[in-house]
Design a protein around this ligand. Sequence first.
Ligand SMILES: NC(=O)c1ccc[n+]([C@@H]2O[C@H](COP(=O)([O-])OP(=O)(O)OC[C@H]3O[C@@H](n4cnc5c(N)ncnc54)[C@H](O)[C@@H]3O)[C@@H](O)[C@H]2O)c1
Ligand SMILES: O=C(O)[C@H]1O[C@H](OP(=O)(O)OP(=O)(O)OC[C@H]2O[C@@H](n3ccc(=O)[nH]c3=O)[C@H](O)[C@@H]2O)[C@H](O)[C@@H](O)[C@@H]1O
Length: 342
Amino acid sequence: MAGNSSNGDQSTAKQPPLPSPLRFSKFFQSNMRILVTGGAGFIGSHLVDRLMENEKNEVIVADNFFTGSKDNLKKWIGHPRFELIRHDVTETLMIEVDQIYHLACPASPIFYKYNPVKTNVIGTLNMLGLAKRVGARILLTSTSEVYGDPLEHPQPESYWGNVNPIGVRSCYDEGKRVAETLMFDYHRQHGIEIRVARIFNTYGPRMNIDDGRVVSNFIAQALRGESLTVQAPGTQTRSFCYVSDLVDGLIRLMGGSDTGPINLGNPGEFTMTELAETVKELINPNVEIKIVENTPDDPRQRKPDITKAKELLGWEPKVKLSEGLPLMEGDFRLRLGVDKKE
Ligand SMILES: NC(=O)c1ccc[n+]([C@@H]2O[C@H](COP(=O)([O-])OP(=O)(O)OC[C@H]3O[C@@H](n4cnc5c(N)ncnc54)[C@H](O)[C@@H]3O)[C@@H](O)[C@H]2O)c1
Ligand SMILES: O=C(O)[C@H]1O[C@H](OP(=O)(O)OP(=O)(O)OC[C@H]2O[C@@H](n3ccc(=O)[nH]c3=O)[C@H](O)[C@@H]2O)[C@H](O)[C@@H](O)[C@@H]1O
């Protein structure tokens, strides 16, 4: 019998409820109202820029400014289609929206050790509650960290990961894994329209100068004339995606019909020593590269398999590391007040 679990079909027999009727009327009568949590941060503010380009969008940012800043949004403050709310997502939020891009979460290891379990679990639960109440579609920015220290390489979405549940990084990795679980449970039980992106290391202008992540660290160090701190052993790899490519992928995912999870990242893979050498050559050949102590559980390799993103979203990154680094260098020079010598 079709749909009977005895023939191996594991899907629930219950049909999910329809999204709120408000949603359908709003789509046709007025602008699309979009909430971006964490919109004052690095990726969030670039996403807001792109969403604001569409005159049919109204954008509301909810951010507690823990790692983000009003400065990143200053060109939109006062715009009639834009609103900024100081709000911590661990508290409920009662507003009427059609789409939710849920980014709020400190992303750099030096900041996420602060309170990410609560931010990811309670924050995602609150945003799912909001999505359920108003029938909004919700996108979670999950992370390649859900693969932990991966034993499969490159990582496809079907890989379940190799994560230490009690280590110093677990607060972030496991917090995001629970957030993904909540997304899929709300989808199955309540029919919420969900989208899950697994983002791989993204870089670009507006990263906090002292963010602590590797690309911003190396660029700031090279501009300040300091040694580039490669954490041991230096052979560990990452794949770096330029922020405009990533934002394009997020918007495609939200607009498409697939729930994900979908990997969004640039498959170009580099060791940290290679990255340091590239930054040194580009910005300041006089600086030294020094090996420093690493933190526990640092993944040894990471590279996205983006077959799904290519097939389902027609997406692949365009900006190579050699093109993206100079764009970030220009932004960091301006903010640090370091001119380029001719
Ligand atoms: N940049 C990357 O390489 C990367 C990779 C994988 C996943 N992600 C995810 O993308 C999202 C954005 O990352 P980012 O690099 O822009 O980081 P970011 O730190 O620049 O931005 C995070 C934003 O969330 C806000 N925030 C943090 N906790 C909050 C809370 N409790 N309530 C409301 N706002 C809160 C911060 O103030 C900040 O504006 C995060 O969810 C992160 O986990 C980023
Ligand atoms: O892309 C992801 O999914 C995740 O990547 C990051 O985690 P990580 O890859 O460890 O990011 P970095 O802190 O930038 O470190 C990358 C590598 O550079 C090394 N590193 C870092 C900083 C530094 O100064 N020197 C250095 O060699 C680290 O040891 C690590 O091997 C962050 O946890 C999240 O922003 C994000 O969710």
